[in-house]
Design a protein around this ligand. Structure first.
Ligand code: UDX
Length: 433
């Protein structure tokens, strides 16, 4: 099928490359000329495992094309996906100006029946507004608007797209639903057909539920610390119940990234707009913020004053397998340490370069290996759940540190083994530290 993707960012590019991979003829549009040039040269502006190979292969086969011309893009596809940014506004609600602009641009050039698909994460009822906008600017043309939310995790987006748990298609017409079934025919995954509003809600409700699960186990971790229980054992025990499941029950510094914080705020904002405030989600946010405050308090309890102390931090990205620093809890942690006068030496397997380019990055030292970060440091903090931190030479780390103090914000290390190495180990919710 001929498919157009408007917006070649993280979601648009990955979706476009995977559609091309399964045999569709895809044209990706972006108004950033530099980005399109980079992509045409076979370079990928983001780090995402497996994506570069897919793009290079499908550009070579001619199934994946790029353009900066929206008109050309819209004419190409019988299905036009909108995958432009939906950033948060200061009050937490979603800024829909890019979606609205694309709707107008589509109206400008649409001549015959097309299915317009909202891929970007948007609040419920956005699809209705996109349809109204296109009709207002081009009254006599046939089209349908569909909601088809993405559930990609950074770091495994290609896999999530090629082998999804489910494909949600929200459409209000059989004609549009039939077109979408053809788009997803090459994928082996259950398809859930819904109305548009329900599909939009599924995305916000799913991400909010996952964030809630994380905050739930983090709240439990506080009780574990107060009572001398181990949150890892508790998570294991409750996760074995199939109705609950073990995923997203890892206690730690809390969730970050470009999705959860933003989607929660958006869901809270739209629920308020609808006159039905979703207060439970406000508590989820509070628990998430408190996790970091509690962790820093724990560090202060050991080191007392942080001013002028060298502190090693492993992990900058908002989670493992990505170089993305957006809304990373590690960054918020470092901001606080720096504000209190600490000299932070940080290491991250992928995000070091991005960190160096930030304002905060200039205030700290970013090194290229985990061991050298610990030289003459007063403590080691683990802020991101990179599995490779588990296999570092801890005898060497112990030799390097001034005092053998580890604060494990992701419960990545085994407390017993750390104790046998001679460390004073402080995890999250792992008994009284
Ligand atoms: C998320 C959703 O998983 C995905 O379906 C959606 O489309 C986009 O948002 P992503 O932002 O890539 O994906 O991150 P995810 O892997 O879900 O992790 C989010 C955050 O939660 C990370 O900061 C991670 O460290 C944290 N987390 C995750 C925990 O603290 N504990 C857990 O048990 C799981």
């Amino acid at each position: 099928m001929k498919i157009t993707i408007i917006g070649s960012g993280y979601v648009g590019l990955t979706t476009g490359a995977c559609f091309a991979e399964v045999g569709h003829e895809v044209m990706c549009v972006d108004n950033n000329e530099e980005k399109i040039k980079t992509l045409l040269a076979g370079d990928i502006p983001i780090y995402e495992p497996g994506l570069e190979e897919l793009v290079v292969k499908n550009v070579a086969s001619g199934r994946l094309k790029f353009t900066t011309n929206t008109g050309e893009g819209v004419s190409h596809g019988e299905v036009v996906f909108i995958a432009v940014p939906t950033p948060p506004q200061p009050d937490g609600s979603v800024d829909l100006r890019f979606i609205e602009k694309v709707a107008r641009e589509i109206a400008d050039v649409i001549e015959d029946y097309k299915v317009i698909v909202d891929k970007s994460t948007v609040p419920v009822k956005t699809g209705e507004k996109v349809a109204e906008t296109i009709s207002r600017y081009k009254p006599n043309v046939e089209f349908d608007v569909v909601s088809n939310p993405e559930f990609l995790r950074e770091g495994c987006a290609v896999d999530d797209l090629l082998k999804p748990d489910r494909i949600v298609i929200g459409a209000n017409s059989d004609r549009a639903m039939a077109v979408m079934q053809r788009v997803y025919e090459p994928f082996v995954a259950p398809v859930l057909a819904t109305d548009i509003n329900s599909a939009e809600l599924i995305k916000h409700a799913a991400n909010s539920f996952l964030a809630l699960k994380i905050s739930y186990i983090n709240a439990v971790s506080v009780i574990c610390e107060a009572s001398g229980a181990d949150v890892e054992q508790v998570a294991e025990g409750i996760g074995m119940d199939k109705r609950i499941g073990r995923h997203f029950l890892n206690a730690g510094l809390g969730y970050g990234g470009s999705c959860f914080p933003k989607d929660l705020k958006a869901f809270i904002a739209i629920s308020e707009e609808l006159g039905q405030p979703f207060n439970l989600l406000k508590e989820v946010e509070t628990i998430n913020a408190d996790q970091l405050d509690r962790f820093i308090k724990k560090i202060r309890e050991s080191l007392w004053v942080l001013d002028d102390k060298k502190i090693a931090v492993w992990g900058l990205a908002f989670k493992q397998n990505t170089d993305d620093l957006r809304e990373s809890v590690a960054i918020r942690l470092i901001e606080q340490l720096v504000a209190e006068g600490a000299n932070v030496v940080a290491y991250d397997p992928k995000a070091g370069e991005n960190m160096r380019r930030t304002e905060l990055g200039e205030k700290i030292t970013v090194v290229d290996d985990p061991i050298s970060a610990t030289e003459q440091a007063e403590a080691l903090i683990i802020a991101t759940e990179w599995p490779e931190f588990q296999t570092v030479d801890f005898a060497k780390v112990k030799e390097n540190l001034i005092a053998p103090l580890i604060f494990d914000g992701r419960n990545l290390l085994d407390p017993k083994s750390m104790k046998s190495h001679g460390f004073s180990y402080h995890g999250i919710g792992r008994g009284r530290s």
